[in-house]
Write a protein that binds this ligand. Structure first.
Ligand SMILES: O=C[C@H](O)COP(=O)(O)O
Length: 312
């Protein structure tokens, strides 16, 4: 008999049985499939569409201790008008900042349609109490964040305390109110693809609206095979539960090639139902300029050169 959500949500043994009962990931198969899809070429007309779609999916990110209000304002201006010389360039999906910068981003993005995402829950390590994590989430939402990017407690996950991870995600989700919750698995610390699949299921069962690969502070980050495993998880979760969850690879996505490989992977794994910023994001601090340069190259046949664009 399939256990109910209430059953698994109240017992670590039930959660463990469910997560360890998922089919194992064929590591060699996943690596090969991702590598094969990564070599697919796409037509020039499709490339132009893919670049604009990738721009619309970017969560333009700055997560540095040295972030200043001025840097966040400049990033927000870039999010709304990525190329001031070309109004046909679409806006990005969101700007992603630390909680204390949310109000600045909200102010700078007012009326633009670009969302404000905030990391929370003692990002990037996640090492704090549940009370602090919930309070930090409430602070960011109170300041106007539309989206919260939380980290899971990898220590609890890796020691098999799935219920702790589940309860933490559920508590943060409750603190989000109407804000969307992205759950960062930090796949570079999870050791196996089986763990990535289990952590993705745990995040979805606990109420996450998105599963996200990485903080950008740990390597490896958004690899193609890990993103493939997570795409398979959201596909299977939808078919079993009827609830659709988004995917956000983040960390180390730097070039148009990287971005387009991700889009091919989405198309081939879950289909075009996820080829939309509502369901797929690219978390990146520095991919936008390359997307702009390649876009201009396609349109004019020549590169404008990196100096033409403002810094990411
Ligand atoms: O969430 C997004 C990541 O922090 C960005 O990582 P990145 O700086 O490697 O692009």
């Amino acid at each position: 008999m399939t256990p109910s959500l209430a059953d698994v949500a109240s017992s670590n043994v039930a959660l463990r049985n469910l997560l360890h009962g998922l089919p194992g990931v064929d590591r060699v198969g996943a690596d090969q499939r991702a590598a094969m899809l990564g070599t697919r070429s796409i037509k020039t007309t499709s490339k132009a569409l893919a670049i604009d779609l990738a721009i619309r999916m970017v969560d333009l990110t700055t997560l540095e201790g040295a972030d200043t209000p001025g840097k966040v304002r400049a990033l927000c201006a870039k999010a709304v008008r990525p190329d001031p010389g070309d109004p046909s360039v679409p806006k990005v999906a969101a700007v992603c900042v630390y909680p204390d910068m949310v109000s600045r981003a909200v102010e700078a993005l007012a009326g633009s349609g670009v969302r404000v995402a905030s990391v929370a829950t003692a990002f990037p390590s996640g090492r704090s109490s549940l009370e602090v994590k919930v309070a930090e989430t409430a602070f960011a939402v109170g300041a106007g964040a539309d989206e919260i990017d939380m980290v899971i407690d990898r220590g609890a996950f890796l020691s098999g305390d799935y219920l702790k991870v589940f309860e933490e995600i559920a508590a943060v989700k409750a603190a989000c109110g109407t804000a969307h919750l992205k759950v960062i698995l930090e796949t570079g610390e999870l050791a196996t693809y089986d763990n990535v699949r289990r952590a993705a299921w745990l995040a979805m069962l606990a109420g996450g609206d998105f599963v996200k690969t990485s903080t950008g502070k740990v390597q490896p980050a958004a690899t193609l095979p890990v993103t493939l495993v997570m795409l398979e998880a959201v596909r299977d979760f939808l078919s079993i539960t009827g609830r659709k969850v988004g995917v956000k690879p983040a960390g180390g996505i730097k070039t148009t090639k990287d971005a387009i490989k991700m889009l091919v992977l989405v198309n081939e794994t879950v289909g075009d139902g996820w080829l939309d910023p509502d369901w797929f994001r690219l978390g990146a601090s520095s991919v936008l300029n390359d997307l702009l340069m390649q876009r201009q190259k396609l349109a004019t046949g020549r590169y404008a050169g990196p100096d033409y664009f403002t810094l990411d």
